[in-house]
Design a binder for this molecule. Sequence first.
Ligand SMILES: [Zn+2]
Length: 453
Amino acid sequence: MSIVDVYSRLPAGLREMLANIYARRLHRKRFGGEFGKLLEFLEYSQDWSRERLMIFQLERLREVITNSYENVPHFRKLFRDIDLRPSDVTSLEILKEIPIMTKEMIKSDPRSFISENIRSIKTIKDFSSGTTGTKLEFFLPLSLYRLNFAALWRFYSWAGVHLGEKRVTLGARVIGERPPYWIYNKSEHQLLLSIHHLNFNTISSYIEKLTEFEPVFIQGHPTGIEILADEMLRRREQLKAKAVFTTGETLSDTGRDKIENAFGCKVFESYGVSECVVAAFECEKHNGLHEALEYGITELESSGEEGFYSVIGTSLWNNAMPFIRYKIEDLVVPCEKTSCSCGRTLPLLIRKVIGRIDDVVYDSEGNPVLPVTIRMHLKPFLKPFQNYQLVQLNRLEFEFRCTSSDNDQKKAFDKLLKRLLGNNIVLRVSEVAEIEKSGGKVRNVINITGKPS
Ligand SMILES: [Zn+2]
């Protein structure tokens, strides 16, 4: 029995106590040390002129390249091969001379991407799931991890929300297999609702809890928040919040409308990746997502499909495992103009994120199972670079396709998916050479039958 299973079976009070001990540690990790200074810096730098921001980027880029040249085997060799020295970094244009860095390159020789002086840097290890199901391990300096939270809180302030205000997070964390499916995190005044247990049987208790908690703002995956909004609109109920922040999945136009109506406020979308190379946020004018220039350098490169661009990111803060011209494998639609009526100098970058374009599927009893739930449960079973696709063909019939799988793994997928979708489903697990793309993206969860009536 895993530690998660043991935790899931504990009584609610004990779960909340343990979760709060964990949350206090997490709070210190996120908001301790230099967090305050970083937030102050970002609040100050957002008023800089574009020229000053560019000078800042150039200075940081020179540091990143110097460190990579001196301490990171992959870049040391690469820079020698292309004859690039730190002293050549006199303009941001120099980036174009550096070849793109891909996940496959890291996978083939991960150690060569790690700085030889990593022991002298306080780091955290993290994994990215990637929108293509690709799993990658990487290191972030603790200071960058904190900068990421500072950037997030600056974004929240654009919507008039401030640090420490009461919030609800509809998230993918493990909260337990028994009700209540939420935990109150005292150190952040945060009510954490489990996205995995949101279904037609539990939705009333979720709405009751939300109403009783009276959050100032709500954050989470749009597919989950949309389900809550849908039900509230059906009941003609409204819960007044200051803002709803979505991330991690593509927000549809209808989803945005429903959420704005149910919560009587605007939705603010953001885009980022766990590797912390790019950050973009929607402001109160809702003209698109502004690029956080202090955070990284983002390039958009034509994907080969008209109108869609690939995101290439360079972190300006990672000296433990530098990401320089790193291909993120997400597609976006860029903004036509970079200036925004809000007056911020941070340029408008992204009009639409074509991140995860997955569907909600329904279990054998007709309860919605969100794509994030499928992703989180499959993640531990996936091998590096393995990809998958779950298709709901009709009410009880599903097909699960995966690349490079063996029989034991197929059995594990079968067991897991039946646990999530019902033992009486008809499930075909098959191996395919490649998962077909549509609209430039791999869709991991597809529902071709729609919502059960
Ligand atoms: Zn703006």
